[in-house]
Design a protein around this ligand. Structure first.
Ligand SMILES: NC(=O)c1ccc[n+]([C@@H]2O[C@H](COP(=O)([O-])OP(=O)(O)OC[C@H]3O[C@@H](n4cnc5c(N)ncnc54)[C@H](OP(=O)(O)O)[C@@H]3O)[C@@H](O)[C@H]2O)c1
Length: 348
């Protein structure tokens, strides 16, 4: 093993729960600094995790001697600011998904990374879960051309105003909403199998319109907690992506991919089924759904990109591809019409 990458993590949510513990565990990384908006929280985190610096000053984070990479895990609307600043200092960037809250912002991040000549990845880690990896690999192998593909998520964690505290994730202006939380992961999965989307239609809803903040006050929720998306694939076939976060009874994700040559399904018991036309479906599972294990795969790839020149996965180009469909979804929802995603030019 070559020397570990010295990395800083910006963000005390996902950054603390998943990214920092994984970087600390893997021999490929050495976490050296952590950023929180609250300096005292940053110092406490650094102490708890044995990281050298905890700071609320992003510039101080970027100035750590020997720092090589930054993981940006802050609210979506702030990714551009953090990721561009890191790239301009010549640091490699692991950016949380979606790259930004619109395609223009995502392109600014990609342009900054490209002109700095550093490595960049976007953390679409859900595709690295064992369940979803199997779905993608089997689908590529056997389904053929798309007929109908669907991803259906049913969650109960937002069913009441007190069931999850109010954060930026409930504020549309900060890029919140369940579409940025889960919808982009599901679009990423479908695009891995059927990349050519001709047009999208979309409807979003706020089922629980107020949510209690940590200060005890009720705040108005402006970002969706439910959505239903329709996709038309170029050359034929439809896709459906839906989520309800306010269900009274949640269940595991269900994915179905029906093509002209075969079928792949992830059922609610984490079992993957597949078969070609004329064959009985066979299955494997229950498979591992751990986010931490999935992120380890992304992190190891990041190391290989930086140290060995491996191909990034998930790549910035794939991040732009999702972002273009995500932008079209937003427009389709607001204007209540079918919208064609903007083509994204290729990024090496
Ligand atoms: N890859 C995945 O599967 C996955 C899973 C979850 C989240 N994420 C992504 O991770 C990113 C962060 O999400 P999260 O759930 O970790 O969020 P979070 O816990 O609410 O906040 C993350 C960080 O942003 C700071 N912050 C909060 N509001 C801010 C504001 N208005 N301006 C600047 N900073 C602010 C927080 O400050 P404090 O430290 O003071 O609290 C915290 O350090 C998002 O891009 C999200 O999509 C990815």
């Amino acid at each position: 093993m070559e020397k570990p990458i010295k990395i800083a993590v910006a963000g005390s949510g996902y950054g603390r729960k998943v990214a920092l513990p994984v970087y600390a565990e893997l021999a490929e990384f050495e976490p050296v600094a952590v950023w929180s908006r609250r300096p005292e929280r940053a110092r406490q985190l650094a102490e708890e995790t044995g990281v050298g610096l905890g700071t609320g000053d992003f510039d101080e984070l970027l100035s750590v001697p020997g720092l090589e990479a930054v993981h940006v895990a802050t609210p979506v609307a702030t990714h551009v600011r953090f990721a561009v600043a890191a790239a301009e200092r010549g640091l490699h960037v692991m950016c949380e998904k979606p790259l930004a809250d619109n395609l223009e912002g995502a392109r600014r991040i990609v342009a900054a990374i490209r002109s700095a000549g550093v490595a960049g990845l976007v953390d679409y880690e859900l595709r690295m879960k064992e369940t979803r990896r199997q779905v993608i690999e089997r689908a590529r192998e056997i389904v053929g051309r798309p007929r109908m593909a669907s991803v259906s998520l049913v969650q109960s964690d937002h069913a009441d105003p007190d069931s999850r505290p109010y954060t930026w994730a409930h504020d549309a202006r900060l890029g919140g909403g369940r579409l940025q939380g889960y919808g982009v992961h599901d679009l990423d999965l479908l695009l891995e199998v059927f990349p050519a989307v001709d047009a999208v239609a979309a409807a979003t809803d706020v089922g629980v319109p107020v949510r209690r903040a940590d200060d005890g006050e009720l705040r108005r929720v402006t970002a969706e907690d439910a959505y239903a998306l329709l996709l038309r694939f170029r050359g034929g076939g439809l896709g459906m992506v839906s989520l309800v976060a306010t269900a009274r009874h949640g269940r595991s994700d269900v994915i179905e991919i029906h093509g002209d040559e075969g079928t792949v399904r992830l059922d609610g018991d984490r079992r993957v089924w597949w078969g070609r036309a004329g064959e009985e479906l066979q299955s494997e599972g229950p498979l591992n759904e751990s986010s931490t294990e999935a992120f380890k795969r992304v992190a190891r790839n990041f190391w290989a990109v930086v140290r060995e020149g491996a191909a990034p996965e998930p790549s910035l180009q794939e991040g732009l591809r999702v972002q273009a469909v995500f932008d079209a979804v937003r427009t389709a929802d607001i204007e209540r019409r079918w919208v064609q995603p903007e083509p994204v030019t290729s990024y090496p």
